[in-house]
Write a protein that binds this ligand. Structure first.
Ligand code: PGA
Length: 249
């Protein structure tokens, strides 16, 4: 009932050449049409990607956006600008932004609202640190991050949000949450959402992120509350990423 979504977060990696290689590979490949596939490259590659992905199943995402539309904010990019490159999704609250750039819940919420205002679907990233998991605080931390945003949205806005559960200890470490660990948290997020609206909770797309790769994707994606993946490292390798997309179909 929920269309699976596989999103490849390139972070500060890639090149125009890699964009073109992805475009060619996916144009030639038989991709599962039942899966939505989004590539999220750095800003400077959006234009090339817009052209290279035409006629393929690949759509385009962005890694962040500024909360306001325009103005004297050197180095920033707005949702309106992203919209000009047919960006359909944008990450907000990625743990690297929370940690390295001190993004607060309040700022994350402002970015998410900015995305909604230009009809770009936000992918809200949440997840606990290893310390928090070891202290038995996983659910508390994750639901606080989800709740901060969801409780402030109108019902029609909530429908547009995709949530990515990314345990911070699993990101880029090669250490993946077990399918059971991921399922437990994601079922908790869906149950929380059901507190607002049961039907909406059924439709909510939940992605797992954190060292998802070609070998472990199928097992993770088989879990009832995992509707897709937010893939970092493995999204830079065409064959691995394609395998992950196939596993979701
Ligand atoms: P990873 O990154 O797959 O390299 O762990 C995931 C992410 O940060 O989105």
């Amino acid at each position: 009932m929920r269309t699976p979504l596989i999103a490849g977060n390139w972070k500060m990696n890639g090149s125009v050449a890699l964009i073109n290689d992805f475009g060619q590979a996916f144009a030639a490949a038989v991709s599962p049409t039942s899966v939505e596939v989004v590539i999220i490259p750095p800003f400077p590659y959006l234009d090339a990607a817009c052209q290279a992905f035409e006629g393929t199943v690949l759509s385009l995402g962005a890694q962040t956006l500024n909360p306001i539309h325009s103005g004297a904010h050197t180095g920033e990019v707005s949702g309106r600008m992203l919209k000009e490159f047919a960006v359909s999704h944008v990450l907000v609250g990625h743990s690297e932004r929370r940690q390295l750039y001190n993004e607060s819940d309040e700022q994350i919420f402002a970015r998410l609202l900015a995305a909604l205002s230009v009809e770009i679907k936000p992918i809200l990233c949440v997840g606990e640190s290893l310390e928090e998991r070891d202290a038995g605080r996983t659910m508390e931390v994750v639901l606080r991050q989800v709740g901060y945003v969801m409780s402030r949205l109108e019902p029609d806005q909530r429908q547009q949000v995709v949530i990515a559960y990314e345990p911070v200890w699993a990101i880029g470490t090669g250490r993946t949450a077990s399918p059971e660990q991921a399922q437990e948290v994601m079922a908790g997020i869906r149950a929380y959402q059901a507190g607002f609206d049961k039907q909406l909770a059924e439709k909510l797309r939940l992605l797992y992120g954190g060292s998802m790769n070609a070998s472990n994707a199928a097992e993770l994606l088989a879990q009832p509350d995992i509707d897709g993946g937010l893939v970092g490292g493995a999204s830079l390798k065409i064959d691995d990423f394609y395998t992950i997309c196939q596993s979701a179909g």
